[in-house]
Design a protein around this ligand. Structure first.
Ligand SMILES: Cc1ncc(COP(=O)(O)O)c(C=O)c1O
Length: 393
């Protein structure tokens, strides 16, 4: 038998970040102390009420398949949470519970993307998105977005990039890797443009809840035709539980249900039962305290990095990432990140994973790490830059 990976799979790039993470692991096994600013998940785990609900569900034997779209109780709880946070009356029937935002992205693209058609997405953006398009024999077209537009595309940029083979647009707000959100009025103009072109608009709100400078908003306010996805991974601190959701137009739900049945049968039953406790007053108090902690870390790290010579032209307003320019410190972010890791024991993510345009100039710095570790990282970077003669003026 000769086993050969299909060409669509061969074309998918691995996560470049794994190379630096592997190097960090090697150094730490050799006894070096490494501070990780590379992590894409909260350092908090699911809070006690959620863990207790999971144990209760297991002991009660609630461990069998659920409906493909998720339990009625969880779909109703998610809808109620939108009503509480945004005063949006959302029918639970429009909610599809999925295996994380990843499952939601896969389902949405499986339902919407025709072979050989193109999905527009910002550069930089979450690397898996372009690979999801490739899995369905579609293409990603990356729109270079710089600090002047908060690393997010504008309606005009989308309008001029749209061609006959464009099927739709995939955005994230707040974004990974930049932590920047799209203002509601700009998103509304984008949605209008996509509607005029009869395309689809998918908005990834996985970092919903983790916003710091303004009242949070949701693209669901723009109309039923906008697909919005979110997750229990980030604000709710449940990465490994694999649970998220997609809010879709009513007319698309039967197609999504059929796909979900075939592809996944259902999302994790235990995770769904546990997630109901996320919306309890006790859990929400814990989550809000953790959000405040993220804000404090951001407010410490942004000025600290700026004073070290990193360029942070836009202060990120959400998620737990800072997309920082290293142009004053080194010519290439890949080399810079490896050198910093080996010489100073600080691991951050070079821009390469997130796109093509300006990624050699940027690194992603995550503050999903304790304050004392952030302080240690800043001290180490300071000493490293002094050794290199790169002290900021
Ligand atoms: C922008 C974005 N979308 C989707 C995901 C997938 O997350 P999950 O499947 O854990 O919900 C991530 C994970 O980091 C992300 O940053």
């Amino acid at each position: 038998m000769s086993i050969r990976a299909a060409s669509r799979a061969q074309g998918i790039e691995p996560f470049y970040v794994m190379e630096i993470v592997k190097e960090a692991q090697r150094l730490s096994e050799a006894g070096r102390s490494i501070v990780h600013l590379s992590i894409g998940e909260p350092d908090f785990t699911a809070p006690p009420p959620v863990r207790a609900a999971a144990i209760k569900a297991i002991e009660a034997g609630l461990t069998q398949y659920t409906p493909a779209l998720g339990t009625d109780a969880l779909r109703a709880a998610i809808a109620a949470d939108y009503a509480r946070r945004f005063r949006i009356a959302l029918e639970p029937e429009r909610i599809v519970v999925t295996a994380g935002a990843s499952g939601a992205l896969l389902l949405a693209l499986a339902a919407l993307l025709e072979r050989d058609r193109t999905v527009l997405m910002p550069d930089p953006s979450y690397p898996c998105n372009r690979h999801f398009a490739a899995v369905f024999d579609g293409h990603a077209r990356l729109l270079p977005c710089g600090p002047e537009t908060r690393f997010q595309p504008t309606a005009e940029m989308i309008e001029s990039a749209w061609t006959a083979d464009t099927a739709g647009l995939l955005l994230a707000s707040p974004s990974n890797p930049t932590g920047t959100s799209i203002e509601p009025s700009m998103l509304s103009a984008i949605a209008d443009g996509v509607r005029r072109r009869s395309g689809f608009l998918i908005v990834d709100e996985i970092y919903q809840g983790l916003t710091y400078d303004h009242a949070p908003s949701t693209a669901l306010a723009l109309g039923e035709d906008v697909l919005v996805l979110a997750s229990f991974s980030k604000y709710f601190n449940m990465t490994g539980w694999r649970l998220g959701w997609l809010v879709a137009p009513r007319a698309l739900v039967p197609t999504l249900e059929k796909l979900a049945q075939n592809l996944f049968i259902c999302p994790s039953a235990v995770a769904q039962h546990a997630a109901l406790a996320c919306f309890s007053a006790e859990a929400l108090t814990i989550y809000e305290a953790r959000r405040e902690e993220f804000r404090r870390r951001r407010d410490f790290l942004v000025p600290a990095l700026r004073s070290l010579g990193f360029e942070i032209p836009v202060v990120p307003d959400g998620a737990f990432y800072i997309y920082a320019g290293i142009g004053r410190l080194a010519p290439d972010s890949w080399e810079f990140a490896f050198d910093l890791l080996r010489e100073a024991g600080v691991c951050l993510v070079p821009g390469r994973d997130f796109g093509r345009a300006q990624t050699a100039r940027y690194v992603r710095i995550s503050y999903a790490n304790r304050q004392e570790n952030l302080q240690m990282a800043v001290n180490r970077i300071d000493q490293y830059l002094r050794r290199k003669g790169k002290v900021a003026a």
